[in-house]
Design a protein around this ligand. Structure first.
Ligand SMILES: CCCCCCCC/C=C\CCCCCCCC(=O)N[C@@H](Cc1ccccc1)C(=O)O
Ligand SMILES: [Zn+2]
Ligand SMILES: [Zn+2]
Length: 475
């Protein structure tokens, strides 16, 4: 509660049995609503509308608090404006999204929209990406309000409904609305990186990676048109063969390793002390061992994604009948652009590798990598995340800036702030990483409670944070 003198009563992040039961039941309820996005034109509007009703029921205090304004944007996204008691403090924004990628039943241990609790885990699509964050943000705020907490610093909660298919009707519209209102944000916290455990050989301890940038992206259609004909007298080359050869050349020719440019070097330097000898010496001396480390990173498909622009062939279509030479073959390639490259540079590289004029290129969507957000001592959002990680996860020794290899709705908000941080306060192991957009996505009840605690503390820390006093030579 605000005392009006700039000093706040700190409310401990302790929840009683009833609250703990209610918070896990609320997450289960959220998972059971199949808010699936298939494409920008094919989203489950019935489920999204139901989800809007659901959050009203589960978090009644938020919706009746006089200093909180709730707006529905783009029909299914939600924007909450929490008016703080001190207008001199610049507001910030917490983000999450309510839509999920499709999850056919095959391969799942329990049905993906059951929200079943089993062995201490809540199972289902969205438990890590990203209903956990959405529910934890609202849950933490609800619990603070129940304890009569009045925030000092204003903040927004932006909950997109189409993140998995571009964010054009959710995040983009919220961003435009806030811009029209003249809002400037101190920082944003969105989904993205995690507390990573077991991703790097020889690194036995978990570390928190706060993404200060995210990769760019291109969806590229490759197309070959040839004259159709009778399959009994085939030409030497067909559209399918030409396209397949082009794709194969691309798969065999990885784009350049960009190790050394971008935030990754800082990530590794900050991690150096966590490694045993001699890896610690290697990482402390990247000026010498950079080439070795860069080659080691290429060997694993996740760390490889940190050092270069990746290409994934995601769709391939050709042929109309079994005995007809196909007139056309098409493929879609999904590229994720390293922060040190641009869309134009990557397109040039791709065209040079394909080196066949019969292959046409159509850029379907493209955006450059996101700017790098500050992570220095003056960077409020970064330092607040650091402070809260240290208090909620005291066992985590290293907190390092990094990049997010996936894309998030936060990329639509660069007009409002230069400080965007992508971080989920949740442990992630390699098998959990595979479950995101894969099968058997789940979160432990304890991890979810900790996520609520984290946000509960974070909101309070944002109200009491004291900026470090600059050193004399900085004045
Ligand atoms: C030395 C350090 C090793 C680090 C290992 C890195 C481990 C990576 C850990 C977590 C990454 C998870 C990425 C989660 C991103 C989730 C966002 C998402 O799913 N986005 C989609 C949707 C989308 C959005 C905007 C445009 C296109 C697609 C996506 O990226 O496909
Ligand atoms: Zn997501
Ligand atoms: Zn996702």
């Amino acid at each position: 509660m605000s005392t009006g003198k700039g000093r706040e009563r700190h409310i401990p992040s302790q929840f009683n049995q009833g609250e703990r039961f209610a918070m896990k039941e609320a997450l289960k309820g959220a998972i059971q609503i199949p808010t699936v996005s298939f494409s920008p034109d094919d989203i489950n509007t019935t489920a999204l509308a139901e989800f809007g009703e659901f959050i009203r029921t589960v978090f009644p205090t938020i919706f009746k608090t006089r200093f909180i304004q709730h707006e529905v944007i783009g029909e299914y996204s939600h924007l909450f404006t929490v008016q703080g008691s001190d207008p001199s403090l610049q507001p910030y924004m917490l983000m999450a999204h309510s839509d999920v990628v499709p999850a056919p039943d095959e391969g799942w241990e329990v049905p993906p929209f059951s929200g079943l609790e089993h062995d201490g885990f809540i199972h289902g699509r969205g438990t890590l990406d990203n209903k956990n964050s959405l529910m934890a943000i609202l849950q933490a705020l609800e619990l603070l309000l129940i304890r009569n907490y009045i925030p000092r610093r204003s903040f927004f909660i932006a909950l997109g409904h189409d993140e998995e298919v571009s964010g054009q009707n959710g995040a983009q519209k919220i961003s435009a609305l806030l811009q029209a209102r003249g809002v400037k944000l101190a920082f944003i916290v969105d989904e993205g990186n995690f507390i990573l455990d077991g991703f790097i050989p020889y690194l036995k301890k978990p570390f928190a990676m706060i993404a200060v940038s995210e990769k760019g992206g291109i969806n590229l259609r490759l197309q070959v048109n040839m004259t159709p004909g009778h399959s009994s007298a085939p030409p030497k080359e067909t559209s399918i063969g030409i396209l397949a050869a082009a794709i194969s050349r691309l798969e065999q020719t990885p784009l350049p390793n960009m190790f050394g440019s971008g935030p990754l070097k800082t990530t590794l330097q900050e991690l150096a002390n966590e490694f045993p000898f001699p890896a610690n010496i290697v990482l402390r001396n990247l000026w010498l061992f950079g080439p070795l480390v860069s080659r080691l990173m290429e060997r694993n498909y996740i760390t490889n994604a940190l050092v270069r622009t990746t290409m994934a062939l995601t769709m391939f279509n050709a042929g109309v009948k079994m005995n007809v030479i196909p007139p056309m073959a098409q493929a879609i390639i999904n590229l994720r652009i390293h922060p040190a490259q641009t869309v134009q540079e990557v397109l040039e590289l791709i065209k040079n590798i394909v080196a066949d004029d019969r292959v046409q290129f159509h850029v379907l969507t493209a955006f450059d990598p996101l700017p790098v957000s500050p992570s220095d001592h003056q960077a409020l959002g970064y330092q607040l995340l650091r402070q809260t990680i240290q208090s909620i996860f005291p066992e985590v020794n290293t907190i390092a800036p990094g990049i997010c290899i996936g894309n998030t709705d936060s990329r639509h908000y660069t007009n409002l702030t230069t400080s965007i941080y992508r971080f989920n306060p949740v442990y992630l192991h390699p098998q959990d990483f595979r479950s995101i957009h894969g099968i058997n996505e789940k979160i432990s009840v304890q991890a979810y409670e900790t996520q609520v605690k984290f946000i509960f503390e974070f909101i309070q820390n944002a109200d009491t944070y004291q900026e470090p006093i600059p050193h004399l030579h900085e004045l």
